[in-house]
Design a protein around this ligand. Structure first.
Ligand code: ADP
Length: 240
């Protein structure tokens, strides 16, 4: 079980990013975190993964505390091949195992290519394989499909779901795209604008796979934004 309570996260310059933020995620749960830009989503992930220890509060990680991370940019080493990039995080990911892992995301014959020889979407797929290659118990994803075109993002979401369903880590998926959150998550947490806390929690009980454009996803989005018109600005006050 992941349990997070941030009483206060104030930066050295006095800016308070998070205050009294509680969140929990069950083993194998895929939780999306939606909030306006600058709300403190990246700060929250940095605290959870231990990169930022300057806060008041507690973080209890699932056991064993094996963490995977996927960022906004693929962050592959340009001077290393795909295989070498993956071996940086898991030395056993070579030969047939590597080919098998790459095949799962449609990159079966890309092991010897350099990142510069791959499209942006292909680089993200390598980053996705890398994130799963450590067999994470908790996978933190910070807007990982941002700035991809719609078909590539949809394909990556499908790959993410396949990999998640095969191994079932707990996933925290940060996004500001409500349709993306509803298409992926078991539960969506909406943050207030900073100092951030959870303003609203919404379970998503729709069958998978769900496309972003599926009528049920769009109906849920429409319903949420009708009930809470300023939700994406970080305000969960119901419509009058
Ligand atoms: P989000 O990921 O939701 O867009 P961030 O977590 O990146 O937001 O940032 C939250 C707030 O904290 C923003 O107002 C940002 O400017 C501020 N912030 C982030 N890092 C620092 C820092 N090192 N020092 C001061 N303020 C920061």
């Amino acid at each position: 079980m992941l349990k997070v309570h941030i009483q206060d996260k104030t930066f050295a310059n006095g800016h308070c990013a998070l205050r009294d933020l509680h969140l929990e995620a069950r083993p194998g749960e895929l939780v999306a975190i939606v909030g306006p830009s600058g709300a403190g989503k990246s700060t929250l992930l940095k605290i959870i993964c231990g990169l930022d220890t300057q806060f008041q509060g507690q973080v209890q990680l699932p056991e064993p505390a094996q963490l995977g991370f996927m960022f906004q940019e693929p962050r592959l080493m340009p001077w290393l091949t795909v295989e070498q990039n993956l071996m940086l995080v898991n030395k056993t990911l070579t030969g047939a195992r590597l080919t098998e892992a790459l095949k799962r995301v449609g990159l079966g014959d890309c092991a010897d290519l350099y990142p510069g020889q791959l499209s942006g979407g292909m680089q993200r797929r390598v980053a996705l394989v890398r994130a799963f290659s450590v067999s994470p118990q908790l996978l933190l994803m910070d807007e990982p499909f941002q700035s991809l075109d719609a078909p590539n993002a949809e394909q990556l979401r499908a790959h993410l779901l396949e990999l998640w369903q095969a191994t079932r880590p707990t996933v925290l998926f940060v996004t500001h795209n409500l349709s993306e959150a509803l298409s992926l998550a078991d539960r969506v947490l909406f943050l207030t604008a900073g100092p951030s806390r959870v303003a609203l929690e919404v379970p998503v009980d729709l069958p998978r796979p769900r496309s972003q454009h599926a009528p049920a996803v769009q109906a849920m989005r429409h319903d949420l934004l009708t009930r809470y018109p300023d939700l994406l600005k970080g305000n969960a006050t119901p419509a009058a």
